[in-house]
Design a binder for this molecule. Structure first.
Ligand SMILES: NC(=O)c1ccc[n+]([C@@H]2O[C@H](COP(=O)([O-])OP(=O)(O)OC[C@H]3O[C@@H](n4cnc5c(N)ncnc54)[C@H](O)[C@@H]3O)[C@@H](O)[C@H]2O)c1
Length: 378
């Protein structure tokens, strides 16, 4: 039987435009989806590059103005893979047009923007989701199941870090294509909204909400040439951030992120310590979950490094045979599949409303770094 189509209009053909396109192409081949995703239109400002992208990925058409994309009757879902300053306007317009929306993270540049986006999708009652893809790496999903089943018992600590090293050079400009993350007016913040947002989303998914935080941030290089103006301009983003917090369940949180940790490209790790055991996960070794269970008996009690590739592991029955790993891109495939499967039941998380909670925490972190005080995060 031919499935009804889910016609996708994507905004942005950069890094995330590619992961999402790949996810929508791959998901129906590995998951039994109620609708058939169709790459209907790609939107970006440069017509020639949009056309080349469309040819490579199989999009049927191109647009150079996202408003025209949203006005089209042959689009069901708007997928926002553009820089952060674009998210709010596109999402609100898409909601008003009755489109389903998937949006990249962080939802808004601030929680004020995100709240407006939540209001828009709730008023329009359109399915919505934010691409916090790390939730859908099988080892991370398994961690969630184990914690929910009480295998760790009472939780004492959660710690996470996300380290990179690509902005250390003083000669690196800010702003424009590829470097918009260094321009606060576009990105909203530096590592806090870009990298720690991932850590916070995962943390709150695994361990519940964060009540309050105290933070410090640093901008190591204070001025950089702006690509668009050619002038030396102040740098407004946080290059590094460390914060402590307290979860609603009483456990203690420590988080750190920087783009100045030589040798680290995308070192995202988290560890959670409970009364019965601990879990540790590392993005560089994403198909492994490290697990210690204090209740193990005997002299060989110790950390187990579990290879998350068995058919019983989350998502893994959809892939190859036991022992063969999947990677980063499949987390997006899982998210696309879950969204499409969730259309006939309750919306798959994280919704805009869930992602707003992350933005409230990142706002509180940045506020605390300025005031030097503990700040309430929700
Ligand atoms: N989930 C994740 O792990 C993850 C990873 C990277 C980026 N992101 C998020 O994805 C979003 C995009 O990041 P990226 O790394 O793909 O950026 P990118 O710079 O690689 O791509 C951005 C794209 O947006 C397009 N764009 C910019 N302005 C536009 C406009 N006015 N109209 C149409 N298109 C426009 C650009 O041409 C480009 O194709 C950001 O919000 C970022 O925070 C998420």
């Amino acid at each position: 039987m031919t499935k009804q189509k889910l016609r996708i209009g994507m905004v942005g053909y950069g890094f995330m435009g590619r992961t999402h396109s790949n996810a929508f192409l791959t998901a129906p081949r590995f998951f039994d989806l109620p609708y058939q995703p169709e790459l209907t239109a790609i939107c970006a400002r440069n017509a020639d590059r949009a056309k080349a992208f469309a040819e490579n990925w199989g999009y049927q058409s191109t647009e150079t103005d996202w408003r025209k994309l949203i006005a089209r009757d042959d689009i069901d879902l708007i997928d926002i893979a553009a820089p952060n300053n674009m998210h709010m306007d596109i999402a609100i317009a898409a909601a008003e047009a009755g489109k389903m929306i998937m949006c990249e993270k962080p939802l808004g540049r601030t929680a004020v923007e995100s709240q407006k986006m939540v209001d828009a999708v709730e008023k329009a009652k359109v399915p919505n989701m934010v691409w916090y893809n790390y939730r859908r790496i099988p080892a991370v999903t398994l961690a969630k199941h184990m914690i929910d089943e009480g295998q760790l018992g009472r939780i004492f600590h959660y710690r996470a870090k996300f380290l990179q090293d690509w902005t250390i050079s003083e000669d690196l400009p800010q702003g424009g294509e590829g470097l918009w993350r260094l321009d606060k007016s576009v990105a909203g913040s530096g590592v806090t909204g870009d990298l720690l947002a991932h850590c916070i989303d995962t943390a709150m998914w695994l361990n519940g909400s964060i009540d309050k935080v105290t933070a410090m941030t640093e901008t190591f290089i204070k001025t950089r040439e702006h690509t668009l103006t050619g002038k030396i301009e102040p740098v407004g983003i946080d290059d590094a951030c460390a914060f402590m917090g307290r979860f609603s369940n009483g456990s203690l949180a420590t988080f750190e992120s920087t783009r100045y940790a030589r040798g680290h490209k995308a070192l995202y790790t988290f560890e959670i310590n409970g009364e019965h055991g601990s879990l540790f996960w590392d993005l560089h070794d994403l198909h492994r979950l490290e697990y210690f269970d204090h209740r193990d008996e005997g002299l060989t009690r110790g950390w187990r490094s579990v290879h998350i590739t068995d058919g019983e592991h989350p998502y893994m029955d959809k892939w190859w045979v036991p022992g063969l790993s999947i990677g980063y891109d499949e987390s997006f495939t899982h998210q696309a599949a879950d969204f499409i499967m969730g259309l006939n039941s309750e919306a798959a998380a994280p919704t805009f409303k869930d992602a707003l909670e992350t933005d409230k925490v990142t706002d509180a972190v940045l506020r605390s770094a300025e005031t030097g005080q503990w700040e309430i995060a929700n």
